[in-house]
Design a protein around this ligand. Sequence first.
Ligand code: MN
Length: 489
Amino acid sequence: MNTHAKPSKLIKGATGDWEIVVGMEIHAQVTSHSKLFSGASTAFGAEPNSHVSLVDAAMPGMLPVINEECVRQAIRTGLGLKAQINHRSVFDRKNYFYPDLPQGYQISQFKSPIVGEGEVIVDVSATEQIRVGVERLHLEQDAGKSMHDQSPTESFVDLNRSGVALMEIVSKPDIRSAEEARAYVTKLRTILRYLGTCDGNMEEGSLRADVNVSVRRPGAPLGTRCEIKNVNSIRFIGQAVDVEARRQIAILEDGGKIDQETRLFDPGRGETRSMRSKEEAHDYRYFPDPDLLPLEFDQAYVDALAEGLPELPDEKRARFIAEYGLPSYDAGVLVMERESADYFEDVARGRDAKMAANWVINELFGRLNKEGETIATSPVSAQQLGAIVDLISSATISGKIAKDLFEIVWTEGGDPKELVESRGMKQVTDTGAIEKAVDEIIAANPDKVAQAQAKPTMLGWFVGQVMKQTGGKANPQAVNDMLKQKLGI
Ligand code: MN
């Protein structure tokens, strides 16, 4: 495991170096049509309190019934995290009062979670990978939502979310910087989205992070941690780690000590502030929920789910490197989203894969980002981009003209091959036509000819002129060769 930070990741304090230690609890909403213990819908954005069953409202005498789909999704996630799957797990009551928790307790898993230890391989940068241990994954209910901004004098509660299934994924404290924290959540989100077990939509609250931060002298035992609750964007997670670490270092360097507490990150002010002192597990009086039997299944059940798992990002990346000869970085970028990886493969199949990767990563992703579009809404289909790559490979058009063609297909659509014909974009490989242009340029510029013969780097100027005269359609290699021959350089 990643026990000590590289020197470059240490923070320089006034009294020496400090190391950041981060562990994370991610709450990921399970993708399922109905809630963990009731048949009410999980659809986002409905009228308040329209998706609430008698179980979710905690009416007296109601009994929870486990939703098998949520169990399947938790096991599939565990398999995707290369984790221990526990054939027997127990649901416990975690007791606390909250207006948006009508039961007075949350049904969660405490001592016996459904999934045990696993790991995530995290790509921190193009050249650095780390391993972050997963401590456990357990199933639990989400709470409802209190609304304090609807009226100046009253608060309201919306129970639509109440009872929705969450997977709480607890990491080991293996993260050593804000950058690593961001990369961990990014990778975890990618894995969940590949599996289809959580949509990863952070704006809608489907994925929230509680970030535990502490600092220590390099090599020292773990320091006291503070938990920053419910951070809901990857950028904010990075900011929260940095600000909180700096706050703790300032206190310690002043001779103070860190109080273990729960804090909130305020992105507007760029600071964390105290929310409440940290509860211990015993404050919740956990006990097994008497309404629910222990959850049990056998290995055959797990094996069947393992059989149906899709190819996951790490495997896909390895395959892209081996099968298409892509550099590791390019392969990593392409597998970030399953849809992008599929799109790439549709373009690459039977073609120059490196060229296909360049077009997808540089032209297509670049353009999609600029326009705020995604691969799903791309105006250029994989079939169209493949046709553009074909036209370059067959030397029908140059790379430069291909960019113009890409632009036309993006804005107007159409069949790239037909567009090249109808708009006269074909590359001129006819040496007669190129020779005519070369001769004209040479004849019109005797002074430049003398310069080029003295200084061969002037050749570029001639190439530029010929390309201009031929509307960018001359084959650059043919132009180069002919110019060298005619200029005698
Ligand atoms: Mn939780």
